[in-house]
Design a protein. Structure first.
Length: 221
């Protein structure tokens, strides 16, 4: 899902940079100023957990599957980051991962960094978080929390892929029409997103049992 250089048109690249920069700046301010429960209540613990989540997401994203249409699918981890850090911390963690991947490892282009942050750091994080909130509240109890984590991971990555498909489809230099990029990205990530949802649920279940205090993005207990 990492868009490389030379794909996006100037207008798409610039607009996604602006949106992402504003969102990350606001998320950083909210994450470090708002009161958070558990391990996130302490400023030192907040930074430590942010670093740990970013490292875990970085490792998870190393696994890639090539898909038709000129791009690839991989685990993203945005919904899980939101469940641990809250949506603002999740956005910040994802942005840090994507910046390091881009500048140090060449994974995702510099000109496309705004789009990559928008897709994986905003759409996936906030969509996954709110899907979790809605499902867990509607179903209730432990079952609702686990189902919310599964659907948050699954649908969150699917919506992020759809956003990616729109961006590359609106960029003529990519060479594929919007109808193809949107359908291919959405279809394949909807299918492979089941893996993301299951992984999100399993890690969430483990943390719920073994370390509920690190789940600063959800109400536990």
């Amino acid at each position: 899902m990492h868009i490389p250089d030379g794909v996006l048109s100037a207008g798409v690249a610039a607009s996604t940079y602006i949106v992402s920069a504003i969102a990350v700046a606001l998320s950083s301010r909210r994450f470090f100023s708002e009161k958070l429960p558990g391990a996130l209540s302490d400023p030192t613990g907040r930074v430590s957990l942010l670093s740990a989540v970013a490292a875990g997401v970085f490792a998870a994203q190393m696994l890639n599957w090539p898909i038709p249409g000129g791009t690839s699918a991989h685990l993203v981890g945005g919904a899980l980051a939101a469940l641990v850090l809250g949506p603002y911390g999740g956005c910040l963690a994802m942005a840090l991962v994507l910046i390091v991947q881009c500048l140090v490892f060449g994974d995702g282009g510099i000109t496309a960094l705004g789009a990559n942050v928008l897709n994986m750091g905003l759409v996936d994080v906030f969509a996954g978080y709110w899907i979790y909130k809605l499902v867990s509240k509607a179903v209730g109890g432990r079952r609702g929390m686990e189902l919310g984590a599964l659907l948050g991971g699954w649908i969150g990555i699917t919506l992020a892929a759809a956003a990616c498909g729109i961006e590359i489809g609106l960029s003529p230099k990519f060479g594929y029409p919007l109808s193809l990029t949107l359908s291919v990205m959405t279809m394949w990530h909807f299918a492979l997103g089941i893996v993301e949802g299951v992984v999100t649920m399993l890690v969430f279940r483990y943390l719920l049992d073994k370390a509920p205090d690190v789940l600063g993005g959800v109400e536990v207990g």
